[in-house]
Design a protein around this ligand. Structure first.
Ligand SMILES: [Mg+2]
Length: 379
């Protein structure tokens, strides 16, 4: 089998609710200025979609996303640098192709946009593998389960009031989802304390509730808030409490806190995760399929995590995460962030509160042509 054609496009997709880009601890304005709270308002993302055609008639779809910029750069990397490398290759040879890309493009980016753009190609190779085998991806990966627990993740932005968070979260809870994750990291941590207390009170003791600081706390605040979250609220995990570059801080925090520390969305390589694992600085790993360079790299990290007896909770992309969670026993839940959902004809469904993979082979996904036309980034 050979790859005969590569097509790429970048969509500029609006977000369901605006978010704010993370800033350094202590540099945030006070609450109360709506969706621009916390700095730069983000109301869209860029999605790179790649189609690989083969002489066997299989068409592989892969995708990646960036937040805060990089849309045109993704497209340029896909067309000028990556497409010529994969054209003519056998799409089943994902290791050979990955090695070619790594050694050819190493000097312009072992991390970051190069591997983010390549992750779309790598996903498309796995999509083809599933289609060639006539199997949904989760079956190819191991078939651990038929559906997976899922939590809502787009209902607790920093600019939202406690009542708005409760209102937005309620439909997820009523659908039977396990719970929700809300943002913390306010420059006045007492505001976070009030928000989390109120959400816990109204939504109840029994729901799963996690908090995500997006690295906005300094060490002392993270420690104090961590103690509050575990003792007063019963938080299920504390995500990115401090800077992802502060390994020593995470070691100290994890030593002093009982509640699990989750992180990994801003780590861009397996070696970075291994440092956290070797140092006992993390409980739950959250690698992002695109930022780590694709499904191939994600699976290698999953094997490492299993060796360390650490569960994995994929960052975003429920369309891919559902296959990981249904394929591998160590992937324990899926983050429901419906940012790309509108781009697909049939995204994964939530049934009885659990996420279920689409029935088709490979990823089981198809880009909705109307959406692609509407949001295509002009060249
Ligand atoms: Mg996060």
């Amino acid at each position: 089998m050979k790859i005969t054609q590569v097509e790429s496009q970048v969509l500029r997709l609006p977000l369901n609710r605006p978010i704010t880009a993370p800033l350094a601890p202590g540099s945030l304005p006070l609450a109360g200025d709506g969706p621009s709270f916390g700095g730069i308002r983000l109301d869209h993302l860029f999605m790179l979609a790649v189609h690989l055609d083969t002489d066997a008639g299989h068409r592989g779809l892969g995708f990646a996303y960036t937040l805060g910029g990089g849309g045109r750069a993704l497209k340029a990397l896909a067309d000028a640098d990556l497409s010529p490398i994969v054209l003519g290759e056998n799409p089943l040879d994902h290791e050979r192709i990955g090695q070619k890309v790594y050694w050819r493009l190493q000097t312009i980016g072992r991390r970051g946009l190069v591997s983010q753009a390549y992750s779309a190609f790598d996903l498309a190779l796995w999509d083809i593998k599933g289609k060639a085998a006539g199997l949904p991806l989760h079956k190819l990966l191991g078939g651990a389960r038929d559906s997976a627990p899922v939590y809502g993740s787009d209902t607790g932005w920093l600019w939202m009031t406690p009542d708005e968070i409760v209102e937005a979260s309620r439909p997820y809870i009523e659908q039977g989802m396990m719970g929700v994750k809300i943002k913390v990291g306010n420059p006045r941590p007492e505001i976070d304390a009030d928000r989390v207390t109120r959400v816990r009170e109204v939504l109840g003791e029994e729901i799963w509730l996690a908090v995500d600081a997006n690295q906005r706390y300094d060490y002392a605040t993270a420690l104090a808030m961590g103690r509050f979250f575990e003792e007063d609220i019963g938080v299920d995990w504390f995500e990115e409490p401090i800077s992802c570059e502060d390994l020593a801080g995470h070691i100290r925090l994890r030593d002093k806190l009982e509640l699990p520390i989750a992180l990994g969305e801003t780590l861009f390589g397996r070696d970075e995760f291994v440092k956290y694992l070797d140092s006992n600085a993390v409980d739950i790993l959250q690698p992002d399929v695109t930022r780590i360079g694709g499904l191939t790299e994600w699976l290698k990290l999953a094997a490492v995590a299993e060796t360390y007896h650490r569960p994995l909770a994929p960052h975003l992309l429920p369309e891919v995460a559902v296959h990981l969670a249904c394929g591998l026993p160590g992937v324990t839940l899926v983050e429901w962030m419906p940012w790309l959902t509108r781009a697909f004809v049939e995204p994964p469904a939530i049934v009885n509160g659990r996420i279920v993979p689409p029935p088709g082979p490979g990823l089981g996904l198809e880009i909705n042509p109307d959406v692609a036309t509407k949001y295509q980034l002009p060249s």
